[in-house]
Design a protein around this ligand. Sequence first.
Ligand SMILES: CC(C)(COP(=O)(O)OP(=O)(O)OC[C@H]1O[C@@H](n2cnc3c(N)ncnc32)[C@H](O)[C@@H]1OP(=O)(O)O)[C@@H](O)C(=O)NCCC(=O)NCCS
Length: 155
Amino acid sequence: MIITHARGTDLADILELERSGFEESEQWSPAAWAEELESPDRYVLARLDRDARIIGVASFSRVEEIADLLRVIVHPDARGQGVGASLIRAGLDWAAAVGARRMLLEVRPDNEPAVTLYRRLGFEPVSTRRNYYGPDRHALVMLRGLGGDGVWAVA
Ligand SMILES: CC(C)(COP(=O)(O)OP(=O)(O)OC[C@H]1O[C@@H](n2cnc3c(N)ncnc32)[C@H](O)[C@@H]1OP(=O)(O)O)[C@@H](O)C(=O)NCCC(=O)NCCS
């Protein structure tokens, strides 16, 4: 398994993943992804296949003790093989190592593959952000402590 830092030169491959993962209205723009890849406040990981092609990407941030999982996308041909889980686990390790105590994420509640993946990795639903994705399109907020597998680190 090869997980590496994504770079600016990976932008075209990541945009292809973005298009494969989300309908147009939900896609991050090329400018948004370019900024993501250059920002010192982001930790962007890419999973490569044997031919060094990017088959998955995930982006994280951290402010003080709270880390965020901002995006995870796996190429449709590579789904169901643990790629998404491997990227998130690497992000969880990074977040704990840099001092975060919890990781948060937002997800559409009807995104069953993602919600199931997050639950499997120990995230629990904690609230709803209303109109997060647009009018009447709410987000489920999920949280995981970083003190152990699925264990809340902070009371
Ligand atoms: C969500 C996504 C990242 C999952 O990536 P993946 O590499 O296929 O996931 P994994 O193979 O690591 O799956 C890990 C676990 O997640 C769950 N899971 C993954 N895909 C699932 C599906 N289609 N249906 C139900 N559960 C699923 C399973 O519990 C799975 O464990 P198991 O295979 O042992 O049963 C992928 O479907 C994707 O890129 N979707 C489009 C983009 C997206 O919606 N991203 C999330 C919001 S930012």
